[in-house]
Design a binder for this molecule. Structure first.
Ligand SMILES: [Zn+2]
Length: 282
């Protein structure tokens, strides 16, 4: 806790918002791996953002890197898409909690993603079909299907799923607790609808945007529907909201330093890299 407190940064304060406005959404990109000391390593192999310690956006490292408090509190998980780096921790998370759950873990995802999970992960061969299982308190896993562009309520948050441009059906999200609003692109290549919605959203203070590969791997970025620094710059030209700070996420660990260097060379003053493990306050 002390470590988390020391690392806490107020994003909106940094960009000039009112520090006394009571905006207190906490956002943390969970680590994927740890060093020997054991501090979180900077590399992001897996994707899992935890908001206010009890809502997860994607579940890549949820079982492996969540704190005991987060394990106790997270019961709502919103999935952007079904790629392994975004769901790897989900089966293990439900498994770890199976006996102690007093309410189901609720998974919010598109119907396509739910179908993929049931067919390929929770299929009794790779892992048990938790959606059919109960402990003494009732069901342990429940799905909530969402539709594109239809806002849902997830705990105390409103979440608007917006389709983005990835290799498989994938969503970005506009998220608000009523006082602070932020957006996540999820995995995506060039996209327009997401930016249209962001630009129409009042008081949005932060956008988390992916940039997986360095410019040299442009062909791979095209094939896999990801961004490079060059393509990131084009996307950020679509962001018209002043006072909205973009933070880069989803840097592939093998090219992290190279990609960060190229992002710096873009010369975009307010563009930042989201630090793995750090707790930010919006
Ligand atoms: Zn993906």
């Amino acid at each position: 806790m002390e470590m988390a407190h020391r690392l806490m940064t107020r994003l909106c304060v940094e960009i000039g918002s009112d520090s006394d406005s009571g905006k207190t959404v906490k956002l943390q990109l969970l680590p994927s791996t740890f060093e020997e000391n054991p501090a979180a390593s900077k590399g992001q192999h897996l994707t899992c953002f935890v908001v206010d310690d009890f809502i997860a956006f994607d579940a890549g490292s949820l079982a492996m890197a969540s704190t005991s408090l987060q394990k106790q509190k997270v019961r709502d998980i919103v999935l952007s898409h079904a790629h392994l780096d975004h769901i790897a921790g989900l089966p293990l998370f439900v498994d770890d909690l199976f006996a102690t759950l007093t309410e189901p873990v609720r998974v919010y995802a598109s119907a396509e993603v739910i179908e993929i999970l049931e067919r390929n992960i929770f299929n009794w061969s790779v892992y048990p079909r938790f959606s059919e299982l109960s402990n003494g308190n009732g069901s342990v896993l429940k799905y909530e299907a969402f539709e594109p562009d239809v806002e849902i309520t997830v705990a105390h948050l409103s979440v608007l799923p917006v389709k983005v441009n990835h290799k498989v059906p994938s969503f970005g999200f506009i998220v608000s607790d009523g006082t602070a609003t932020f957006a996540l692109t999820g995995d995506t290549a060039a996209t327009d609808e997401f930016w249209r919605v962001v630009n129409e959203t009042a008081d949005i203070c932060t956008v988390l945007i992916e940039c997986a590969f360095p410019n040299e791997l442009d062909e791979l970025a095209i094939i896999s529907h990801h961004l490079t620094p060059m393509r990131l710059k084009n996307e950020l030209l679509k962001l018209k909201r002043t006072g909205c700070t973009p933070y880069v996420v989803n840097l592939k660990p093998a090219y992290r330093e190279q990609t960060i260097q190229q992002i710096k060379e873009l010369g975009l003053e307010n563009l930042r890299i989201l630090e793995v493990g750090r707790v930010y306050e919006l």
